[in-house]
Design a protein around this ligand. Sequence first.
Ligand SMILES: Cc1cc2nc3c(=O)[nH]c(=O)nc-3n(C[C@H](O)[C@H](O)[C@H](O)COP(=O)(O)O)c2cc1C
Length: 185
Amino acid sequence: MTSDRPRIAVYFASHDGHTRKIVDRLAEHLGARGVGVTIADLSTGAPPVIDVEANLVLLAAAIRYGVHLRCARRFLAQLRTKVPDTRIAVLSVNLTARKPGRQTAEGNVYLRKWLKRTGLRPALAAAVAGRLDYPAYRWFDRMMIQAIMTISGGPTDPDTVIDYTDWAAVEDLSEKLAALVMSAS
Ligand SMILES: Cc1cc2nc3c(=O)[nH]c(=O)nc-3n(C[C@H](O)[C@H](O)[C@H](O)COP(=O)(O)O)c2cc1C
């Protein structure tokens, strides 16, 4: 690392690539605000190097079948042995967050349960809606998501592809993260 700029270390866990897209967008906005950003993919299986020097660590994780991806859950446990909760931020990517009021730790069931189970008290916790892409899913996954969507009043047409991400909210989030990075530097 050659720069002395305040820095955020971003770690992400993605199955279908959308969380990566969100993280890339966050990095763009953060970079424009003068924050140094490093990005590490937890889904590769390679043991992640924890950047203990970063002013803030962001863990962004996709939900599949009710839980955050395993590599993210494992990483969080490791991370907390090296970095205090006050320098950790978490971002959950799921389809439940497409609904109003489901973007906060209180309003998003996955985030709420994650924080409760781990006891994590992060500097920031947020949920962002992900992507629905029936044509890309395997038969079983498509059936399951259609069932979930039937219950939750979402689309069930197997041709549906919708990016539910509120990209303006992603930009707002980058502002909050930048403020945290700056205050921790
Ligand atoms: C097999 C499968 C299971 C999913 N399970 C859930 C779920 O339980 N709750 C939810 O809100 N979203 C669920 N989702 C939606 C994903 O969280 C969403 O598509 C997200 O954008 C995936 O991120 P990724 O592309 O980074 O893997 C599921 C998606 C798939 C394909």
